[in-house]
Design a protein around this ligand. Structure first.
Ligand code: C2O
Ligand code: CU
Length: 554
């Protein structure tokens, strides 16, 4: 294993992600940011310099557990102080597990602004995967708005709230087409867009995956969408699902698969189709009424010319509201045999009710009626140094009233702001039952992909309605998949289990950026007394900053 060093500068820049010029956040002048490639056991060292003129920045390494380095998790107000303009912060962490990961901004709505990239961890030198492949490709999926992230932020925090609407385009590795179409004959949205004409080096020209016929390829796919739930398919090609969120799956074959924000997958496919054709890779919206055209890339068989457009239409995205289909896919995801199994019993079970609420007229998302507002002093430092005035010391509610009707808009939509922490005893088994409910409007219940920092969890099961005693025996303790992101379906529940084996303070939140911004998250703290010396640069703001300065004077 070795250390891999990177020097990065974050700045705003102009780019044309979907053929329209916009301001994006770039790293070293690149959008999306550079792909990090490492091997399991390596140490990644990123010297991140903030070149923004008027705002802070942090980067979160999504899916990397940060054992022993909780201050490198890259969450503003949680694991560290935002890096000030002109300053450099060094992220140093171990990538201990092979898999498909990504990174993204975790301050304000900087992920929506385009601050993201891939992080690929290969197996250790000399080791082999259990599946064979001749080559691999990476696809980073995102959604794009023409309105800037700052404006979106103001929209969402206005009274009354102004909803940001659906994305204008879907990007594959930062490329999409807004004002033209690649597949005019087959445009699924029935629009009359002109055909895209590319000279070849445009920033918004589609990705072309060049493949040899009759070979096996691995496709790594990560979704860092701000909002959209997606479905991906390759025309005429079946795929085998083999990895999710850095954990191996019991392989199963699909024609297409759903991917929610915060999730990653690896699939294997054979280039065994008619070798004189090319094929579309299509990405479309699910879970919300799609108002965004499909994102497209091209699978190019080297036996033909790459300029030849596929003669078959792009695969159609399944009906956006066919939840039976989505659930059946989710239930097929099981752990590879021999994967670690969950402990049979839990020490503590926390119920988290997801509701949309109103606080003084502001629209917010709340968990057990508390809407998360992050404090100015990051939790990791304030807990470690016993600064009890940094945040609300009262524990947030462990459950919700059992008379709550999840099928109706909240009868009392009022919630409160909060920044309390669930203090989880170290080395214990925690169950979380995520309970979905009706939003503020009647007959609306949305999908929420929940992501846990610092840990993987086992998905014990999904169910309809309110979780109850009788659901207990339906939980899968035999071969539940390990993940770091899991979805809750409309009006349903999701049960998950994890072990508090990683000292630190960890966010657990909906990965939909506007939802997180509107308070949809909770904070877990565990074993903070076991955390080693936190680098001072992570503590230089708020009450820990004050403490540092007074210590330096004495
Ligand atoms: Cu990828 Cu806290 O998020
Ligand atoms: Cu959400």
């Amino acid at each position: 294993s070795k250390a891999r060093h990177f020097k990065w500068e974050v700045d705003y820049m102009y780019a044309t992600p979907d053929c329209l010029e916009n301001v994006v956040m770039g790293i070293n002048g690149q959008f999306p940011g550079p792909t990090i490639k490492a091997r399991a056991g390596d140490t990644v060292v990123v010297h991140l310099t903030n070149k923004l003129h008027t705002e802070g920045v942090v980067i979160h390494w999504h899916g990397i557990r940060q054992f022993g380095t909780p201050w490198a998790d890259g969450t503003a107000s949680i694991s560290q102080c935002a890096i000030n303009p002109g300053e450099t912060f060094v992220y140093r962490f171990k990538v201990d597990k092979a898999g498909t990961y990504f990174y993204h901004g975790h301050y304000g709505m900087q992920r929506s602004a385009g601050l993201y990239g891939l992080l690929i961890v290969d197996v250790e030198e000399g080791k082999k995967e259990s599946f064979h492949y001749d080559g691999e490709f990476n696809l980073l999926l995102s959604d794009w708005w023409h309105k800037g992230a700052h404006e979106q932020e103001v929209d969402l925090s206005s009274n009354p709230m102004r909803w940001i609407g659906e994305p204008q385009s879907l990007l594959i590795n930062g490329r999409g087409q807004y004002n033209c179409t690649l597949a005019p004959a087959h445009n699924s949205n029935g629009s009359s867009l002109p055909v895209c004409k590319f000279r070849g080096n445009e920033q918004c020209a589609p990705n072309i995956l060049h493949v040899e016929p009759n070979k096996t390829y691995r496709l790594r796919v990560a979704s860092t969408t701000a909002l959209a739930s997606l479905n991906l398919a390759i025309g005429n090609h079946k795929m085998v699902m083999v990895e999710a969120d850095g954990n191996y799956l019991q392989p199963f074959s699909v024609n297409d698969f759903d991917i929610y924000s915060g999730e990653t997958y690896s699939v294997i496919f054979r280039t065994d189709q008619n070798l004189s054709n090319n094929y579309w890779i299509s990405v479309g919206v699910r879970g919300r009424e799609p108002k965004t055209p499909q994102g497209l890339a091209i699978l190019h068989y080297k036996s033909t010319t790459s300029s030849k457009l596929p003669n078959l239409p792009p695969p159609k995205t399944p009906q956006w509201n066919d939840y039976t289909r989505s659930k059946s896919f989710a239930n097929k995801i099981l752990a590879f045999s021999g994967s670690p199994r969950p402990p049979t019993n839990y020490t503590r079970r926390i119920f988290l009710l997801n509701t949309q609420n109103r606080i003084n007229g502001y629209t917010r998302w709340a968990i057990n009626n508390v809407s998360l507002n992050l404090p100015s002093t990051p939790y990791l430092g304030s807990i470690k140094h016993g600064l009890t005035s940094a945040f609300d010391q009262k524990s947030p509610p462990e459950t919700f009233v059992n008379t709550y009707d999840i099928t109706m808009p909240p009868s009392n939509p009022n919630a409160t702001y909060g920044n309390g922490v669930y203090k989880l005893e170290f080395g214990k088994t925690i169950d979380v039952i995520l309970q979905n409910a009706n939003a503020l409007n009647a007959n609306v219940s949305e999908i929420h992909p929940w992501h846990l920092h610092g840990h993987d969890f086992w998905i014990l099961g999904y169910g309809e309605g309110k979780f109850s005693k009788k659901d207990e025996k339906k939980l899968n303790l035999q071969n539940p998949p390990l993940r770091n992101t899991v979805v809750i379906f409309p009006y349903g529940w999701t049960a998950l289990r994890f072990v508090t084996d990683n000292p630190g303070v960890w966010a657990f939140h909906c990965h939909i950026e506007p939802h997180l911004h509107m308070g949809m998250g909770v904070i877990f703290a565990s074993g903070v007394h076991l955390v080693g010396k936190i680098p001072e640069e992570a503590l230089s703001c708020g009450l820990t900053g004050k403490l540092l300065r007074s210590n330096n004077h004495n």
